[in-house]
Design a protein around this ligand. Sequence first.
Ligand code: NAG
Length: 229
Amino acid sequence: MAMSGQNLSFGVLLLPGFQWLDAAEPVDYINNHSQAMLQANNLPKEDVEKGPIITWHYISFDLKPVRATSGPTLNPSTTYTDCPPLNYLLVPGGDPNAPLPPGCAEFLKERFEGLKGLLTVCTGSLSVAQTGLLDGYKVCTNKVALKAAHSSGQLNKNVHWVGDRRWILDRKVWSSAGVTAGIDLGAEFARVNFDPMLVELTKMIAEYKPKPDQPDEFAYILDGIDYNN
Ligand SMILES: *[C@@H]1O[C@H](CO)[C@@H](O)[C@H](O)[C@H]1NC(C)=O
């Protein structure tokens, strides 16, 4: 299963007002398994070749910089219409109640079938759920936002929301709970897909021990809330 030497085309959907950390964590963590990063770290050639070759595409409706909630802007590298073929698409959290930007739902619907995986962090899943693509899937999201959407009646009840895990994989949908769970999702994606030696090396470089899906010490946020009904 290790994607050694494979070319991976990875998209990152930049929703207006995205959370910097939601995007940065899994992107940096996954990217640290790539040949480019391994080379930069002066690893021997035979080890570098164990990594995938990752191309990142930052996607928006146009090429204007997209501002994160904390201020920094990110320059999209492509648009919904021009985006090259993708193997994976990552959706960091934005404002879950904001309607998707024009063309975004169409882009997601067009691309979903061809993806090997869709990854969502935090409220990213609530945004994608607006399209109906997650209907019938087991999906994690930010628990505080899930609670708010449930009480305001804005929650898509066709999705099977999961409130007691940091992340979950259902078929090809990888979703994580609030903000920091995104790095654990990235680490799980790496564990499943990349060379085990590189997975260990990346943990050491990041000085991070990825958390499992359960126990989820924040599950209490949804105690007593019947969010799937
Ligand atoms: C990725 O690797 C670089 C170079 O070793 C390191 O500086 C950086 O902190 C790593 N990033 C993550 C998220 O592990």
